[in-house]
Design a protein around this ligand. Structure first.
Ligand code: BYC
Length: 474
């Protein structure tokens, strides 16, 4: 279905037929634009950017590319096409028709899920707002802005659901999504990771690799929802999300490539020598991986969660790719979860499967994260070095869930507060690491040129050459 851009709010939900909803969203739109100007990209905010805009909601050929000023981006409301006679795919109401309206008994839980999802979208734009200042190339600057406008559109997607299906409460929640701010001590964003500062591009690539990937798994879970408008909007969001993870995966790959080139040229693996040559040494990259991976693990919630059990039972939130599971009721099954034994070790606890849904999703996420790690390791091996990256244990640096109280080392062995203090700088980016990385961040905006700490991309955007002027700075 082609998307209609003639409306003030582009949409494929027949907004023009629902005057009350249209007015409510047109009332919210200027608030969104004020927020974008105040909290969105701080540098090059008015530049012409080579952006893609959705033209259809199916998976093939949905994007058109052209020069757009970000505040003029056509943010809109796009839902994937309905699946005829769609049925609830899991939980107690398995096989019943999906819902086109919100059932009263699930109203508050659904609103909470939609608000939590919606809150992350503007949060990420806020976190990344200063990055344009230090872009390593016009290509990367363009990708940052593409990610930013799409996160803005994902916010629109959740605001549409709040306005369209939750009445006055929904409208109030939509205002609150613009009132909370990343890192604000009084009104922070809801989930921890979205309050972490992102002041350098290495963190941006780690975030788009690890945190956007959580987004992918959460959106897949919500795409299973019995509340069909939520399912349809998440299905379309997933097609946009894929690019964000490409930015992360290819970004880290390019950093690793550049580091290996420098190591080769120096004939040395010495981190200090690598740093002196303006590249990021592999142990520092490992510490950034440890930081963003562990932070993103918390986004899946607690290992044992009554919230997750009731979301599943009532059909609100399924498992990613639910159809792949043999049994969609998940009753009479359990999952063995490792919990601290209180004596410095771990012990297994059998948890009813429905209460362990967060862990099922987290485990799938960990496997997916490891794919990139192994790819980076192959590059290192091919270059002839023994160093290998690895994901730390899922117990490491957790704030949420059974491992949220004590501390462990990256292998997941509990450590005392003193040991943690002593070893932290080996495991996580230290103040010096951050200062070093931040110091490398210098703006490069000559078409085709790339900063010295990262290799050039392999191909341009939409078949444009690498020296294309992806952002006209004006
Ligand atoms: N930080 O019962 P539990 C994305 C809270 S990213 C702070 O385990 P549940 C994106 C939890 O709220 C995807 N608090 O929770 C990426 C609960 O609070 P209350 C975003 C946390 O409900 C990049 C309490 O701890 N989407 O799209 O099973 C760029 C007990 O926990 C955290 C979603 O998250 C945390 N990390 O699971 C842009 C999907 N984790 O009730 C975008 C919607 C948990 O005691 N959200 N808590 O006050 C959900 O499905 C669930 O809310 C969660 C939590 C999976 C997040």
């Amino acid at each position: 279905m082609a998307l209609d851009y003639r409306e003030l709010i582009p949409n494929n939900v027949d907004l023009g037929d629902n005057r009350a909803l249209q007015r409510a969203l047109e009332h919210w739109q200027p608030h969104f634009l004020d927020w974008w100007k105040e909290m969105g990209p701080a540098v090059f905010a008015g530049a012409d950017v080579y952006l893609r805009t959705a033209t259809a909601v199916d998976e093939k050929g949905w994007a058109s590319y052209g020069m757009v000023k970000m505040p003029e981006y056509r943010w809109g409301i796009f839902l994937a096409d309905p699946v005829p006679d769609r049925r609830i795919g899991f939980g107690d109401a398995f096989g019943e028709s999906v819902w086109q309206q919100v059932p009263g008994e699930h109203r508050s839980a659904l609103r909470r899920l939609i608000v939590t999802q919606g809150d992350t979208e503007p949060a990420s734009v806020e976190q990344q707002r200063q990055l344009g200042d230090t872009c390593p190339s016009l290509y990367d600057l363009r990708n940052l802005f593409q990610v930013n406008v799409e996160e803005g559109r994902h916010l629109w997607a959740m605001v549409y659901l709040l306005h369209g299906y939750f009445g006055r409460d929904g409208r109030e929640e939509a205002e609150e999504l613009l009132a909370r701010h990343s890192g604000d001590p009084d009104k922070p964003r809801i989930l921890g990771t979205f309050n972490e500062p992102i002041t350098d591009w290495l963190s941006f690539f780690m975030f788009t690799y690890f945190t956007d990937r959580d987004g992918r798994f959460q959106l897949k879970s919500l795409a299973e929802s019995a509340f069909d408008p939520l399912s349809r909007t998440c299905r379309f969001m997933l097609t946009e999300e894929a690019f964000h993870m490409f930015v992360g995966a290819s970004g880290i790959t390019r950093v690793v490539r550049r580091t290996l080139e420098v190591m080769k040229a120096l004939a040395s693996e010495d981190p200090a020598a690598v740093r002196n040559s303006g590249a990021i040494d592999l142990p520092t990259l490992q510490r950034y991986i440890n930081f963003w991976f562990s932070s993103s693990l918390d986004l899946f919630g607690a290992e044992i969660s009554s919230n997750a059990a009731s979301y599943f039972a009532s059909g609100l939130k399924g498992r990613p790719d639910e159809a792949r599971f043999a049994d969609h009721s998940a009753t009479g099954q359990s999952l063995r979860i490792e919990v601290p034994d209180g004596k410095g070790g771990a012990t297994g606890e059998d948890v009813p499967m429905r209460s362990a849904m967060n862990e099922v999703t987290r485990a799938a996420y960990v496997r997916d994260c490891d794919v990139g790690v192994q790819r980076w390791n192959r590059l290192i091996a091919e270059a002839g070095y023994d160093f290998r990256f690895r994901l730390p244990s899922t117990r490491f640096r957790r704030s949420i869930g059974v491992w949220g109280k004590g501390s462990t080392d990256p292998d997941g062995h509990p450590v005392t507060g003193g040991e943690w203090q002593a070893k932290q700088r080996d495991w996580l980016p230290s103040t010096e690491d951050r200062a070093f990385v931040n110091n490398l961040m210098r703006r490069v905006t000559e078409p085709g040129k790339v900063a010295g700490w990262i290799a050039p991309p392999e191909i341009g955007i939409n078949n444009a050459p690498l020296d294309y002027e992806y952002v006209r700075l004006n």
